[in-house]
Design a protein. Structure first.
Length: 540
């Protein structure tokens, strides 16, 4: 029993469990016994084995900057005109509920669909062509929306935009797993969250000011321009990250029983590589050589690298649904879906809340309220490194160098301490008609801070539990979360009007508290559940 995580007795090594130092590493012993020079010389970061065994690349930080900007733009496009929802609904002679369902609901539905489709295409052809296609859809959708003359046309543009949004939410965590080591992923996932959540929050003050001074069409054109810049960044700084990796280097995904075969596979690949490139003197074999070659070749700028996988697109589209058998994935989906849905709900209803008495804010003032959420998200990102990666490494050292994905879960407590309590504060402040700093700075700030930290832990847990299924995991996550959020978009405004802010937000706070409590059994029994999933639903 390692730090409260119940041990497993069915498998000698449970996928997801890794050794961050060489003491007692069964994987390393097998690799050495199999004669793999690669495995015997595993790369380290000081005393920590790098999982997965990747090569260093100076462009990784540019890759990170590109996806953070992209996720920020994608986060912003969802609630792009939400600060002006009330006047826009009146201008289209529509109720606020009808306008919200068409403007936001249709987009969320298309995001759900594209999450599944983008994963299938990424598995088949790699991630880069999917990212570039998504960029084109986002540019086209926003130029169309800016030029639309009716609510139906605007709705159509949002559908096209939604198809372009899905890949960014479904594939970026998988790309992080491709590029970053296991003890470094938490901070990069926090940056991914900052992009999405920061875009949602920072959009409102910027869009609100533009809409009030120049009109909503100018705001839509500006959003289209941001996606043009995104396309440029993706083209130059986001090369293909998918390649065929020998199983022996996947120390976090393989079980002990399949490592010897993987070692032989690696020896065969190494011999083949040495024959093809005589005299290179590279003891690290094909992986280092191949990786460096891809990253330094002009071919990396091609829309498609030539990567392909012999899979059936139809079945690969359905494959994410098999992950409902993984309790770790289902747990992560439940926590993240509610968290992102709370933010979507706030973005949709914020105009309704603050443009009405007792606040009577203008469009630009409504937009400025979200600055609180953005600042809280930034603060959450800054503390994510020590709380997610740092805590995981510390607990691993206390656990004799053995890392368990469950070590990511303690920070989920912030989902209750800040997000749940934040909803209670906002609901009570609204009931008592407290001054605006109470719901805006305290309530909204606490909600966003808690969501940023808790979702960082949950997403890192999903990736580390099933890294080989990261794409499928987040495709299913995107489908479920956006389908749920789409349902909210169709009735949330009417529910808020009939129930009142206090009752509605108290309900959300109670749900958040209850879901946070699920983390306790997940932490204790998580390793056994991962073992059970591997035994009964092995990955082929």
């Amino acid at each position: 029993m390692g730090l409260g995580v119940l041990d497993n007795h069915k498998l000698e090594h449970v996928p997801g469990t890794v050794f961050l130092n060489e003491a007692g590493s069964l994987d390393l012993d097998i690799a050495v016994e199999a004669g793999s020079h690669l495995a015997a010389g595993l790369k380290h970061d000081k005393t920590i084995i790098l999982i997965p065994q990747l090569t260093s690349c100076r462009r990784k930080e540019l890759f990170t900057a590109a996806f953070v900007f992209s996720c920020g733009a994608v986060g912003a496009v969802g609630p792009l005109l939400s600060t002006a929802a009330v006047p826009l609904a009146e201008g289209y002679h529509s109720s606020i509920g009808t306008f919200t369902s068409k403007y936001n609901g249709v987009l969320l539905g298309c995001v759900a669909i594209s999450s599944l489709l983008s994963n299938s295409l990424a598995v088949k052809f790699g991630k880069r062509p999917v990212y570039l296609t998504a960029c084109i859809l986002l540019v086209a959708g926003n130029f169309w929306g800016a030029a639309s003359t009716s609510l139906s046309s605007l709705t159509g543009s949002r559908a096209l935009t939604g198809l372009g949004v899905g890949p960014w939410e479904a594939l970026i965590p998988a790309s992080i797993a491709d590029v970053w080591f296991v003890h470094q992923r938490g901070f990069r996932i926090a940056l991914f969250n900052l992009g999405i959540f920061g875009g949602i929050n920072l959009n409102s003050p910027i869009a609100g000011t533009i809409i009030q001074n120049y009109g909503w069409r100018v705001c839509s054109y500006a959003m289209a321009g941001a996606f043009v810049l995104q396309t440029i960044l993706v083209f130059f700084f986001m090369p293909e990250t998918a390649y065929h990796r020998p199983e022996i280097l996947n120390l976090d995904t393989a079980s002990r029983d399949n490592l010897p075969d993987a070692a032989q596979e690696l020896k065969d690949e190494k011999a083949e590589h040495v024959e093809m490139t005589p005299g290179n003197g590279n003891t690290n074999g094909s992986i280092v050589g191949q990786s460096k070659k891809v990253l330094s070749s002009p071919k990396e700028f091609l829309p498609w690298s030539g990567y392909s996988h012999e899979v059936n697109l139809f079945w690969i589209t359905l494959r994410p649904f098999r992950l409902v058998t993984s309790v770790a994935i289902v747990y992560g989906i439940v926590i993240f879906t509610t968290a992102i849905s709370w933010l979507v709900m706030i973005a949709i209803t914020i105009s309704l809340i603050f443009s009405s008495p007792p606040y009577n804010f203008s469009v630009s003032q409504v937009g400025l309220t979200n600055l609180s959420g953005f600042v809280a998200s930034v603060l959450g990102t800054l503390v994510a490194q020590p709380l997610s990666d740092g805590l995981a490494v510390y607990m691993s050292k206390r656990n004799q160098g053995v890392y368990e994905p469950e070590f990511r879960l303690p920070i989920v407590i912030f989902y209750f301490l800040f997000t749940g309590v934040g909803f209670f504060v906002w609901g009570e402040a609204s009931y008592r008609q407290e001054p605006w700093p109470v719901p805006v700075i305290v309530g909204l700030g606490m909600i966003n801070f808690g969501i940023q930290l808790s979702t960082t832990g949950v997403l890192a847990y999903m990736v580390d539990s099933h890294r080989e299924l990261a794409g499928e995991s987040f495709a299913l996550l995107g489908f479920v979360s956006k389908t749920f959020a789409m349902g909210l978009a169709f009735y949330i405004s009417d529910w808020l009007l009939t129930s009142g802010i206090r009752n509605a937000f108290f309900t959300l706070g109670g749900i958040t508290t209850g879901l946070t409590l699920l983390t306790i059994p997940m932490y204790i029994f998580g390793k056994r559940l991962r073992s059970w999933h591997h035994l009964h639903f092995p990955i082929h």
